[in-house]
Design a binder for this molecule. Structure first.
Ligand SMILES: N[C@@H](CCC(=O)N[C@@H](CS)C(=O)NCC(=O)O)C(=O)O
Length: 314
């Protein structure tokens, strides 16, 4: 098996979710540090335009979105399972809630002035200005909840997690850890990055103890790789993970398609359709530096459309 390469940065919550999953699976992986904001030339060489963090690479296969990345990691290293039989279905439903509702409460709440001052204590003002412009362009429709509302939402969500743990179960869905734990833990991790804000979690003793258990999985073992090294790795890899366009999937194999995140950072990745079913879409694209790559996306959270060539003169 080719090495798993995680493209991420230290302060990214979705990256923390995947790092913890790699830790739970006790995997060895290669770590590529990506820029926090655009421009990201090495990222785009591999993804074709997807700019969000993290993404994962295995040879010349590139996997976007942490939900898909976790499924692929579980396929490659099935033990211990990330989707235990007893709670299958429920685990991904809770994880989807954590990746959206909980994330978009915990992160903006933590980034209130007292939290941001702590997280960015050492960042120069020009970095902060550039980051604000980058995120403003990426999230034009974001409406920040007024602080008292955000605080109430976080308390309500955290008390729901506390209630799930009330019967002294070690993990959110029972005796075994599952994707639900890692998806929820990324938000608690982010709140902890700003100790003045983390005091809001103090009333939730079970959640704090559960978070310690999840954090104790660690990140597995990683070695650093440069962005250029990762691109070389893709270029020098022959062959791809098996994929196919399911019959009746609605778009024929070989069609030029564009894939766009449904929620934010609407950068289209264009390529030839080589894999398509209800779970996943795979496009093949050529890059001057990376060569031929297969870029994979989950269907949930993304829109796929055929690109119709414009006729000359129209
Ligand atoms: N649904 C995506 C969300 C990824 C996401 O929003 N990541 C944040 C960082 S945690 C991001 O991309 N921020 C902008 C950037 O890194 O350029 C996933 O599960 O991977």
């Amino acid at each position: 098996m080719n090495d798993i390469v995680l493209h991420h940065y230290a302060g990214s919550p979705f990256s923390e979710k995947v790092r913890l999953v790699l830790g739970m699976k006790r995997l060895h992986w290669l770590s590529v540090d990506v820029p926090v904001m655009l421009p990201k030339p090495d990222v785009v060489a591999l993804t074709g335009g997807y700019r969000r963090t993290p993404f994962m690479q295995i040879g010349a296969d590139v996997y976007c979105d942490s939900a898909l990345m976790c499924r692929v990691i579980d396929r490659l290293a099935p033990e211990p399972p990330l989707y235990p039989e007893a709670t299958r279905g429920l685990d991904e439903i809770v994880a989807q809630w954590a990746d959206t509702a909980l994330f978009w409460t915990a992160v903006p709440f933590t980034m209130q002035p007292a939290g941001a001052a702590h997280i960015f204590a050492r960042a120069p003002p020009e970095f902060l200005r550039a980051l604000a412009t980058d995120r403003g362009a990426m999230l034009p429709a974001l409406r920040r909840a007024p602080l008292p509302d955000a605080a109430a939402h976080l308390r309500t969500y955290t008390s729901r997690l506390e209630a799930m743990l009330a019967d002294t179960r070690p993990f959110l869905l029972g005796a075994l850890p599952s994707i639900a734990d890692f998806a929820a833990a990324q938000s608690i991790w982010f709140v902890h990055r700003a100790p003045p804000i983390a005091t809001h979690l103090e009333p939730f003793a079970r959640v704090l103890a559960w978070y310690e258990r999840v954090a104790a999985f660690g990140h597995g073992k990683s070695k650093r790789l440069s962005g250029a090294g990762a691109i070389e790795l893709a270029r020098d890899t022959t062959g791809f993970a098996p994929c196919a366009v399911a019959s009746g999937a609605g778009i024929e194999a070989g069609t030029q398609v564009g894939v766009v995140p449904a929620d934010y950072a609407h950068d289209e990745v264009a390529g030839t359709l080589v894999g398509f079913d209800d779970d996943e879409v795979v496009v093949e694209r050529e890059d001057d530096r990376a060569g031929t790559v297969h870029v994979h996306f989950p269907r949930i959270g993304f829109h796929v459309k055929a690109i119709v060539a414009r006729k000359e003169g129209s």
